[in-house]
Design a protein around this ligand. Structure first.
Ligand SMILES: Cc1ncc(COP(=O)(O)O)c(C=O)c1O
Length: 229
């Protein structure tokens, strides 16, 4: 998945192509989730794997949807692109499992994808500003290290420098315990890296207003500022 949830990493063109060729040579199917394709920042560019490796088209499924590009999270509309037999099989399965997406969601999604991408350009600008704010503020906190994400809308800082230290009478030793303390004492919700098989990190969404980001990270800075050996 590139751009990635949870890290915000964007694979360079050469890497996507290399993975595609590697899979092609071994007859391995690829499912590529490209839902954040329009949310890339700075010099990062999104590249779709079957565009770079066209021969992969017969063994590749592309996942996408309206949730991110059109800020339509909750409308529950996404789609798959792939070889007709694979799509037919998925249709058979899904139509028996969940029936269909509601008509109103389908009409809204159709309207979204029929329009231009003007709104996403404005959103990307706002996300980029929030991204720079959250990364800067996180890196100012002792014990937190945040690499710069190049896509999606998540920061994925390491909080390893805080683990095992005493904070307000508790001594969290895992990012999950520290995340519990963040919500209990700072009223800031983060997803601990444990949820993604990456303990020691937080996934923090910056899909929210600029002021809320400043307020939330400031609260974490105050809480973590009290950490003692
Ligand atoms: C990588 C990725 N794919 C797909 C989705 C699907 O979004 P939805 O279920 O809202 O369509 C998400 C949402 O968080 C995501 O991060």
């Amino acid at each position: 998945m590139s751009p990635s949830n949870p890290t915000g990493a964007v694979y360079p063109k050469e890497e996507i192509e290399a993975i595609g060729r590697w899979a092609l040579d071994r007859g391995i199917w690829v499912v590529t989730d490209e839902i954040y394709e329009h949310l890339v920042y700075g010099s990062a560019r999104h590249h779709s794997m079957p565009v770079l490796v066209p021969e992969l088209a017969e063994s590749c499924i592309v996942i996408n949807g309206v949730a991110k590009t059109y800020a339509m999270t909750g409308w529950r509309v996404g789609w798959m692109l792939g070889p007709p037999d694979a799509i037919a099989a998925a249709n058979n399965l899904q139509s028996h499992q969940t029936s269909n997406v509601s008509n109103v969601s389908q009409a809204a999604a159709l309207s979204a994808v029929s329009g231009d991408l003007g709104a996403v350009a404005a959103m990307r600008e706002a996300f980029d500003r929030r991204r720079r704010t959250i990364v800067r503020m996180l890196n100012e906190i002792e014990g937190v290290e945040c690499p710069e994400p190049e896509g999606a809308f998540y920061a994925f800082p390491s909080v390893k420098g805080l683990l095992g230290r005493e904070i307000r009478g508790r001594r969290p030793t895992t990012s999950a315990e520290l995340a519990d303390q963040c919500i209990a004492e700072a009223k800031v919700a983060v997803v601990p890296g444990e949820a993604f098989g990456a303990p020691g990190y937080f996934r923090m969404s910056y899909a929210m207003g600029d002021e809320d980001i400043v307020e939330g990270v400031s609260r974490l800075a105050s809480l973590f500022g009290e950490s003692r050996p």
